[in-house]
Design a protein around this ligand. Sequence first.
Ligand code: GLY
Ligand code: MN
Ligand code: MN
Length: 436
Amino acid sequence: MRYQPLSAATYREHRARFRQAMEKGGLAVFHSNDIMPTSADGTMPFKQAADIMYLTGIDQEETILLIFPDAMDPKDREILFVRETSELIAIWEGAKFTQKEAAELSGIPTVLWTTAYEATIKRLMPQAQLLYLNSNEHLRQSNEVETREERKNKELIAQYPLHGLRRSAPIMHRIRSRKTREEVEQIKRAIAITGKAFERVCGFVRPGVKEYEIEAEITHEFIRNGSRGHAYTPILGSGYNACVLHYITNDAVCHDGDVILMDFGCEYGGYASDLTRSIPVNGTFTPRQRDVYNAVLRVQKEATALLRPGVMLADYHKEVGRIMEGELIGLGLLDKADVAKQDPERPLYKKYFMHGTSHFLGLDVHDVGLWTEMIQPDMVFTVEPGIYIREEKLGIRIENNILTTRDNPIDLFDAIPREVEEIEALMAASRKKAKA
Ligand code: GLY
Ligand code: MN
Ligand code: MN
């Protein structure tokens, strides 16, 4: 394993959180993701379902978890199923988890092969009153492809139509939104690697380099540090491309005088980091670029300070919009009189800042969380304001990852430079080093 997993005690704690939210007589079933096909005999790299990762740490296909707190036999209260391994599999695919390894990693004493799942469910369902099934209830999910979990859910519902049904997703969103100590440590590890990659590209960016060459530098730095790669498709957008919010082609040449917006973050042990920095291709911001940059930075700092327990995310986003409005007036992009008579449902700042300021971060980069409840301690959010001026071919976003506490929020990106002077100094220092 190239990464340090969380401890069995933490996975136990995660399952205890789920268990505590269950009703009496409930049996919960969680499935791993499929290995997705490409074409011919090709497959995509395996990506574990975040909920299985959270509850067990088992990063392997064909994993199933049962949580059944009221099972008569204590051995049935948590059961983990892992893909049966064999010498043939070991030769062709490499070693899979043994039952003992899976038990040690997850802290679940009862580990069976996945082939035993059907018979086990048949044995346990008569004892259960309620079936907890999981599904993707992320606010922005829009998948057409049926997941393994959805397929297996349909089978269970057809087999046991008279059991009461409960949704696991709201419980998962609640418990995953408040990070345990080791989860925060894992996110910090991901951030540390992302920070190294940022420093590396500060020494690499110059007029004439291609955006994908920068991407390659980042990928190299990620993988050599034990990450499996990007937590999401990176955005390397120079000049006008920075104004294309989901620009991922990354195939243009970086020109002298342009700013490049770089939105990238590595995964580590399944956890995401999510950074954006916007830096001058030639190492020095123009006065206009500097003004826009500092406006975004002020919004980011003010927004960060607002991430406190008790605040509603909808109110937070409104307030950040108001702060941004003031900055856009200061930059001469909006007119104060026009803003005074704007339709509050369609605020003018959205012309230059058209996306949200923050999202939850964790096992998923756009992590699940409680959007309609108050912010609580131990949540991790991004703070990522931006100003995109298409007519000036200039887009600037700055994105940090923030941990909420009972008190002041903690900036987990504290060690990653973001002030104009720091970025220019970093770029100058690495140019000097390269010349020496
Ligand atoms: N990189 C995705 C985001 O910033 O939300
Ligand atoms: Mn983000
Ligand atoms: Mn991002």
